[in-house]
Design a protein around this ligand. Sequence first.
Ligand SMILES: Cc1ncc(COP(=O)(O)O)c(C=O)c1O
Length: 385
Amino acid sequence: MTQFATMQQALTKRRQQQLHRSQRCMQPLPDGMVRVQGKDYLNFSGNDYLGLAQDPAVLVALTEGASRFGLGSTGSPLVTGFQYPHQALSELLCDWLGFDEVLLFSSGFAANQAMLQTLVANDERILLDKLSHASLIDAATAHAGGFKRFLHNDLSSLHQLLTQHPAGKAVVVTEGVFSMDGDSPDLAAMAALCGQHQAPLLLDDAHGLGVFGAEGRGSWQLQGVASSQLQALMANFGKALGGSGGFIAASATVIDYLRQFGRHYIYSTALSPALCWAQRKAVQLCRQDEWRRERLQQHLCLFKQLAQAADIPLLPSGSAIQPVLVGDASRCLALSQALQQKGIWLTAIRPPTVAAGKARLRITLSAAHQPEHIRRLVAALQELF
Ligand SMILES: Cc1ncc(COP(=O)(O)O)c(C=O)c1O
């Protein structure tokens, strides 16, 4: 019997466990709002941290990019897909982040898969943070040399694993900001530890890029890590940069290696040129508009201050991701539905996205919100908790 015969059963079980998920047709609006089935909500579940997804200048660039370069890239990058918008975006990213070269991918997920599957040799072990994103876990699981997970953000656990591997036989992977907890590792100490053990450090900074550091260069820059201490940096356009797609930044040698051997890059249609043109504008705004990061920080301070005063249990996060741990998945879902009644869109994050018993309301803040939105959110949470 193949899996097709048991699918209905598996779906029924998911429903019984109250873990079945559905997708809703959402219409994003400016000012951190979203329309669902004709009703407007405050959106505290998106990743548009700087409000760039709806920025008028970015949308003008998208239209201009479409009329000048077309919708589709018409091919994979090594055939016909790498065009002027791709080149211009890549050069801008290098200039911004201080890496030799950059390679663009259709998603951050694909970039992470390419990073681990291409850059780590079969006789090398991947050492991965326990709470890593699914795209990293899946790539590590498929790795012929195997992988081990160190305790979340725990340097002594990583150190222990490093001492079990000969120098040059382990590659360390972590995130600048963890997507479900919003916290960060001590990247400077981790880079130093990796240096002592000759272990390359690969960083996924999907949630740090644009939000932290000078000109929004990211978590690593904020923590004083040099680009030369990272063998590869992966980040994406789908969070603070308001679009979609991903990239890897690294030395010229690493990028050329990925270009030659990275199957996710070679055998996939290059990003839309119109999107790359708009993404370029988003990067320019992200770099220059310090006010967006300041506004986000103000929202963050206001949220934490009000939530603490209201006794709402927060996790230790200094990022735009502010989870409220609920524990039980059904209760979390009920809270999310009750918030909807109050005009607030806040998705319940349940297993298997997080571990059993760790269901949460994952609040994401944006520069697009108004202080009044934050006050409404905390007042609603206080009433429900
Ligand atoms: C930490 C992290 N890495 C990678 C990804 C995947 O990126 P993308 O959504 O661009 O595929 C995500 C987002 O979903 C993420 O949160």
